[in-house]
Design a protein around this ligand. Structure first.
Ligand code: ZN
Length: 531
């Protein structure tokens, strides 16, 4: 049986840009559009030309994308003609393949927010769709507050949708703007809409205010809708939009959808999903959500020993889909609860060839347990475990020695009379016969130490030039008689690989220093540096 086409519409650059603290530059937008295009997303909504300089510029230049690049904007204002509305004119002039209009479909909003009549709202929809069609654009209409509007006045909500469809809009998109609608309501209402508008012209735009945006999108598809709108990583104001990074693999890997529908994302591109998700986090300078479905660090991580031994025999026992399909990997965490199977699997993954009966494996397991008892967390710090395993098996070159370091914190007035706190660090490192002394300044002592440590490592410098710290987490633990500090540092290099290291000490600088050192040494090993 031929599969039906299901279309994906990304609004990371428009609705996602409404997120607190998110401010895309023109370059960011072009980069994300390129990633989405490459992934195989059918529609990429770039922004709101005329509303801000970035979006106006974005739509002012031609792009080389296969996706249907879409401009967003309002239908003509009430009481004006389509030809006498500067906002609409800017939208029609934008270099876009498609135009997505937003219009009210809740009678209450038409009267209270727009202060106009229901008939004028319908006329505005008809006129705007017609004007865009005349310009040769594909047209979409976002029906704002559709589900709330439908509950209040189904005739009017449907009339808005029908008005756009009758004028030739390719898609009528039902928006759960407040995000409060539940899946069974979405299913019931979309079913009704699909009785008057063919489902292959109906889209769903769900917000995540009850954490059901993904469920609502899937419910809409089951009820007949054939376009899903969402964002990467569920970015969006308040609780976010429907998360395409969760929706895409569900559509492709779950038989209910995979048997019935075809999407623009190929199996090969699906393997890049994790990369695309992380690229957005990086751009926003956010730590990736470890517990994100499919692409999170923990999505395929197993801790308990008994589960791990079952997974080694048959991954399906604890995995709902194969992690490689989305570019993720199985992770058997090494911790004090871990059995031999976890440790063996981890050694295998990092490429350390050890005989299964090697007594050093028991030693390694004991060391992990001892160190976890005093606060180390190897399940979270894969790179530190890697080093610990190599050290226990006697395989870490002695690259360099930090002979001495000194960190200070100073509070003083700066040149313009503001009270500032600055830190400076001096590090003395021995590389071979060479002694190197570097100083670094930073906003805090750990930052300064990091800057100084990575400033000059002599012959190893070229290996660590692309090294970057992407996350720093501190926790105070109550370990027996005294409180200790655990520091987890996440690093990244020029290849985009991430790793985490750990340090533990009663002193936060010392704990940070251990984690920094592990990160550098791990990078040197990974790069194949020799002592
Ligand atoms: Zn929205």
């Amino acid at each position: 049986m031929a599969r039906e086409r299901l279309y994906l519409f990304d609004t990371t650059l428009r609705d996602g840009a409404q997120t607190n603290g998110v401010d895309f530059t023109l370059n960011d937008k072009l980069t994300i559009a390129g990633l989405l295009d490459d992934l195989g997303i059918d529609y990429v909504e770039g922004g709101y030309p005329g509303a801000n300089p970035t979006d106006t510029e974005l739509f002012g230049k031609p792009r080389l994308l296969d996706t249907t690049f879409t401009a967003f904007g309002m239908t003509r204002r009430p009481g004006r003609s389509a030809s006498n509305d500067p906002g609409l004119a800017a939208l029609l002039d934008a270099k876009a393949d498609a135009i997505c209009f937003v219009a009210k479909s809740w009678d209450y909003h038409v009267r209270v927010a727009l202060e106009t009549t229901l008939e004028e709202n319908l006329a505005s929809i008809r006129d705007s769709v017609r004007a865009a069609k005349q310009k040769g654009r594909e047209v979409l209409l976002d029906c704002e507050h559709f589900f709330d509007g439908y509950k209040a006045n189904p005739e009017f909500a449907l009339a808005c949708a029908k008005a756009a469809y009758a004028e030739g809009a390719r898609w009528v998109v039902l928006c759960d703007t407040n995000g409060g609608t539940l899946p069974h309501e979405v299913a019931a209402i979309v079913t009704e809409v699909c009785k008057v508008i063919p489902g292959d012209h109906v889209g769903i735009h769900a917000h995540n205010d009850t954490e059901q945006a993904v469920a609502n999108s899937l419910a809409a598809v089951r009820a007949g809708a054939r376009q899903i709108q969402g964002t990467l990583n569920g970015l969006g104001e308040r609780c976010g939009n429907a998360n395409l990074v969760s929706i895409i693999p569900t559509l492709k890997l779950k038989p209910e959808f995979a048997k019935k529908f075809e999407v623009g994302v190929s199996d090969a591109k699906l393997k890049e999903l994790l990369h695309v998700s992380r690229a957005l986090d990086e751009m926003l300078n956010r730590a990736p959500n470890r517990h994100a479905p499919y692409v999170g660090e923990s999505a395929f991580a197993t801790k308990a020993g008994i589960h791990a031994s079952a997974i080694m025999k048959e991954p399906k026992t604890y995995e709902h889909v194969p992690p490689e399909t989305v570019g993720n990997r199985r992770k058997l965490m090494v911790s004090d609860q871990a059995g031999r199977s976890n440790v063996l699997a981890e050694l295998d993954r990092i490429g350390l060839k050890v005989d299964r009966n090697d007594p050093r494996i028991a030693t390694l397991l004991d060391v992990v347990k001892e160190r976890e008892a005093i606060g180390y967390a190897y399940e979270a710090a894969d790179a530190s475990f890697d080093l610990l395993a190599r050290r226990t098996l006697g395989k870490v070159p002695s690259y360099f020695d930090v002979v001495q370091f000194d960190v200070n914190v100073e509070q003083r007035y700066n040149a313009v009379g503001e009270r500032v706190t600055v830190s400076m660090a001096v590090v003395k490192v021995k590389v071979g016969d060479e002694t190197l002394i570097s100083a670094g300044e930073g906003s805090g002592p750990v930052h300064a130490l990091d800057v100084a440590l990575r400033k000059d490592l002599g012959k190893y410098q070229r290996y660590i030039n692309g090294l970057e710290l992407t996350d720093y987490r501190v926790r105070i633990l109550d370990a027996g008689t005294e409180a200790v500090t655990r520091v987890l540092i996440e690093s990244q290099d020029e290849t985009g690989e991430h790793w985490t290291t750990v340090g533990v000490s009663p002193n936060i600088i010392d704990a940070s220093f251990q984690a920094l050192m592990d990160s550098i040494v791990y990078k040197l090993i990974k790069a194949g540096a020799t002592a």
